[in-house]
Design a protein around this ligand. Sequence first.
Ligand code: GRF
Length: 206
Amino acid sequence: MKRVAILISGGGSNMVSLIECMTGDHPARPVLVLSNRPGAGGLAKAEAAGVETAVVDHRAFETREAFEAEMDAQLRKAEADFVCLAGFMRILTPGFVEKWRGKMLNIHPSLLPKYPGLHTHQRAIDAGYIEAGCTVHEVIPELDAGPPLGQARVPVLPGDTAEMLAARILPMEHKLYPAVLRRFVEGVRAPIGLSLAADTPKKVEP
Ligand code: GRF
């Protein structure tokens, strides 16, 4: 059985979808939820799900390297085989990323390579694209640039605000990340795609 650690900074809705998928015949189990923010809402959800939690508050460290060394120690202590970034809002140094290279995934709310970084939903709307979505990718030192392992697409609708688009994309994140994680743990590296249309029941005319 493989051991998965999940890194969060916030509400942890993706974390919940990952924890929930790792049951039954799944080849992995969640062994640690680690937050850099003591107040992250996801911590209570992880505890409620019976998953061990840890806080490594980045503000308590003088350097990024010292902060990451403590995170790395926690991950090793938990004997994690894989690390999933799920709304983890600290940029990781190349040194940390190299330690977990090939074993670390991230979810990003855009169709990478479009819109790495922040404010992805507004940027997609401003650019006038009819489609947006999310990407799960392997983490490499360059931000949001690792090989994509899965993408889910949703339409951008007329009048969409960033909040409306985010609310359409987030449920797809919750489907995509578990689907990619399972394949990743099983050693599959070919990317997959999901689309909202494929998932939405067709309206049957009477
Ligand atoms: C998600 O949109 C994720 O793609 C982005 O941050 C958000 C985290 O949401 N990186 P949650 O904490 O998983 O609810």
